[in-house]
Design a protein around this ligand. Structure first.
Ligand SMILES: Cc1ncc(COP(=O)(O)O)c(C=O)c1O
Length: 464
């Protein structure tokens, strides 16, 4: 049954900013209309949802991308965080191009997968064994299964607001269902097997812990790419708690891996987890991911060991696991992480951008605060105008409720549009990962785009 497609949100009606964006992106508007006849909301990933429509991109290079209307943008989403090295790094392009002509799928083992895994072992602390998957979602799902298998316990502890992909065990407690109830479409029993703890509160984690909990999984630098930062002492506390209670600690390093340091958050925080879920950067921009960590846990998947021990092997498959082209991209990308200062360059750019944004926010007298430590930036839109600063936010002083307080939709929707109109594509929260390819000129343009967007929001009465 077809019903009329709903109109754009009323808060965007009559906005000069939105009208200017529509005039600049007429080709994208046409494609978006076609997209809505094919996909819900016209999109293929919820994070690409933009009102009144997103841009349709034709090509990318380094830190920039171009849309069908010929507009050029400083690109921050960076392949949703996969492209630490920027778009089309020549060494990655060459490795993938050469591999495509040799074969994209062997349906068998290849030496490439050994090389890729050896690089992971070299870079990631505690990577005694590796299993490749196709996405970060699969990697966290497998990590949870391995933990339940290793401990014989049925439950998982997660931190409210932490993102681990879209599977059933990770769905509640991310955008809603903070009481632990099932997200729409998720079986109640699955939701009941997940215990949600408020991030940053070790006493609560201790109180909620019971002997049915197989593992605690978290984004070690804080939820949603470090948007609600965690104090390192808290992460160390979880390490001690899990060890004391015979449970596993799982770091979801799908975003922080190879980004906050070549060895990820484990190296940056000096905490070694039992299992680590990797994604994004690990596969050089292609669709690949991995679980790594303790040999005894990963060997739950080992055929001979299971037969010897008379145990059931932990089940795991995946048509595209370690496909040769993905291996080639992963090897090229991780070699660059290993042998260049790519991580540090992205972190340094982030620090410079955050300082420049905070200077501009102060000069323009807005209460927004830029922050971020690990090769990414966030902007706290501070709707209640609380008194705080970058350092206090990054230390993990503020709880989730403070950092995630609702922002008026007119501001969040128009901010994204205002940035695009000024040639900068960020993520919606607002913030973004940063690549090693971003330049000083990109930084200046980003600050100016925020400034012009602030002016536009003020003109439309959406910002004091
Ligand atoms: C921390 C974290 N975990 C898991 C995922 C899911 O990864 P994927 O989108 O590859 O399934 C993401 C993706 O953004 C992520 O940031």
């Amino acid at each position: 049954m077809t019903t009329a497609y709903p109109p754009m949100p009323a808060v965007l009606e009559g906005s000069a900013l939105v009208e200017a964006y529509m005039a600049r992106t007429t080709g994208s508007a046409r494609l978006a209309e076609r997209g809505r006849t094919l996909f819900p909301s016209g999109i293929t990933h919820d994070a690409r949802y933009i009102e009144p429509h997103g841009i349709y991109v034709t090509h990318t290079e380094g830190s920039h991308k171009w849309d069908v209307d010929g507009n050029e943008y400083v690109d921050y989403p960076g392949g949703h965080g996969a492209l630490l090295l920027g778009h089309s790094h020549p060494e990655v392009v060459q490795a993938v191009t050469e591999q495509v002509s040799k074969g994209v799928h062997y349906g068998a083992n290849s030496e490439l997968e050994l090389e890729w895994a050896e690089l992971i072992q070299k870079l990631v602390p505690g990577a005694e064994r590796v299993r490749f998957t196709n996405s970060g979602t699969e990697a966290t799902m497998l990590s949870l299964r391995l933990a339940r298998a290793a401990t014989g316990r049925p439950k998982i502890m997660r931190l409210t607001g932490h993102f681990h992909g879209w599977h059933d065990y990770a769905a509640s407690g991310f955008l809603g269902q903070f009481d632990g109830g099932p997200a729409r479409g998720v079986p109640e029993d699955v939701a009941r097997s997940v215990v949600l703890a408020e991030p940053g509160d070790l006493t609560e984690a201790e109180r909620l812990f019971d002997d049915d909990i197989a593992a605690v999984i978290l984004e070690p630098t804080g939820s949603i790419w470090g948007q609600v930062p965690l104090a390192p002492e808290y992460v160390r506390g979880l390490r001690e708690l899990t060890a004391k209670r015979g449970a596993l600690l799982i770091f979801d390093e799908v975003i922080s891996g190879f980004r906050c340091s070549p060895g990820g958050a484990q190296q940056a925080l000096g905490v070694t987890a039992d299992l680590v879920s990797l994604g994004k950067i690990v596969a050089g921009g292609l669709a690949g991911a991995a679980v790594t960590g303790r040999a005894d846990v990963l060997e739950g998947m080992d055929f001979r060991r299971a037969a010897t021990e008379g145990a059931e092997k932990v089940f795991h498959m995946g048509t595209y696991n370690a496909a040769p082209t993905t291996c080639a991209a992963g090897i090229a990308g991780l070699r660059l992480v290993d042998t260049t200062d790519a991580c540090q360059r992205a972190i340094n750019y982030g620090n410079g951008l955050i300082d420049a944004l905070n200077e501009m926010f102060a000069a323009e007298a807005v209460s927004w605060i830029a922050y971020g430590t690990f090769g990414g930036f966030h902007v706290f839109l501070n709707p209640e105008q609380i008194t705080t600063d970058r350092q206090r936010i990054e230390s993990g002083e503020h709880d989730r409720a403070t950092m995630k307080i609702a922002v008026p939709p007119a501001v969040s929707l128009k901010l994204r549009i205002g940035m695009l109109l000024n040639g900068v594509d960020i993520q919606g929260w607002p913030g973004a990962p940063i690549s090693a390819a971003h330049t000083d000129a990109d930084c200046d343009q980003t600050v100016e785009a925020f400034r012009q967007t602030i002016y536009a929001l003020r003109r439309e009465g959406d910002l004091p």
